[in-house]
Design a protein around this ligand. Structure first.
Ligand SMILES: Nc1ncnc2c1ncn2[C@@H]1O[C@H](COP(=O)(O)OP(=O)(O)OP(=O)(O)O)[C@@H](O)[C@H]1O
Length: 282
């Protein structure tokens, strides 16, 4: 369970499919500040992996490293069997089109409508697509993300926070990705909106066969939809596993996080909701 126990890096091709993201001995530093040191993590195909850690522990920097936006000082990152750390010079377009990213705050272009935002990656990767088809795909992705038809022609400033997140999600899904990166998707949403977004994420992951790397501070999200949780502390992934597995560790931060008042409340809410489902599987 402890990622520090990894053997030397080499991804045999037969495992490339099993672990779409493999990070080995990653070190990231900004000047004197060490963010990651010898961090290792493997993400399993088809899982929703929650990534937690105190503020500033490097969750977003880790995500940026995986998608090639942050060049690490040391270590290797393989995504879908291809090396990001080696390929960065060449901007491996094939891999980039196989993931979708929802950045904190949605990162939508304010001068484009929702539909036009979704069309950005389509135009980038499939410039030959006919306009009609492009509009149709964008419309479909907007609807898939749970937004009403009329949202397609709205500008980000005309949307609520929750709708902006969904529009960002629609753009992240534009290219039918295999991997979805979500950076604090429920931050700033009211509890009902957050629960609805969680539900949507789980449903999309299950129906589209997505592997999801989900950075969050939201304990409800962890309990409700994450298959496993990776914990960042001390510049590393100190543990990764299911919540019961994490609770069995004696790391002080993990204990405080999950057994603190908020952790206990989330646990209770989740189990109550579970009982309410009459034993139905998620
Ligand atoms: N481009 C950068 N230049 C310098 N320092 C940076 C840069 N990006 C991130 N950092 C620093 O790296 C550390 C980790 O930042 P990061 O945003 O990954 O934290 P985080 O775990 O996502 O935090 P939070 O939960 O608050 O969003 C912080 O101390 C941050 O100031």
């Amino acid at each position: 369970m402890h990622e520090a126990d990894h053997e030397a890096h080499e991804v045999p091709p037969q495992f490339a499919g099993e672990f779409p993201i493999v990070i080995e001995n990653l070190t990231n530093r900004f000047g004197e500040q060490v963010v990651h040191e010898d961090l290792s993590l493997k993400v399993r195909r088809g899982e929703i992996l929650g990534v937690v850690g105190g503020s500033g522990t490097g969750k977003s920097v880790l995500m940026r490293s995986i998608i090639g936006l942050q060049i690490p000082e040391k270590g290797s990152i393989d995504v879908l069997g291809q090396s990001i750390t080696d390929a960065m010079e060449d901007e491996d377009i094939d891999i980039r089109s196989r993931w979708g990213v929802l950045f904190q705050g949605g990162a939508l272009f304010s001068t484009l409508t929702v539909a036009e935002n979704v069309e950005v990656p389509l135009k980038q990767f499939y410039p030959e697509l006919a306009n009609d088809l492009m509009h149709e795909i964008a419309r479909y992705k907007v609807r898939l993300s749970g937004l009403p038809e009329e949202a397609t022609s709205k500008y980000p400033s005309e949307l609520s926070g929750g709708m902006r997140k969904r529009a960002g999600l629609a753009r992240a899904l534009a290219l039918d990705p295999e991997l979805l990166f979500l950076d604090e998707p429920t931050a700033g949403l009211d509890p009902i909106g957050a629960a609805a977004f969680d539900h949507l994420t789980r449903e999309l992951a299950d129906t589209m066969g997505l592997t999801v790397f989900l950075i969050t501070h939201d304990l409800d999200t962890l309990y409700a939809i994450c298959d496993r949780v990776a914990v960042l502390a001390d510049h590393k992934v100190i543990a990764v596993g299911t919540i019961p597995e994490l609770l069995a560790t004696d790391h002080a931060w993990i204990q405080e996080y999950f057994n603190g008042p908020r952790g206990r409340a989330a646990d209770t809410t989740y189990h109550r909701a579970d009982e309410g489902r009459d034993g139905q599987e998620r």
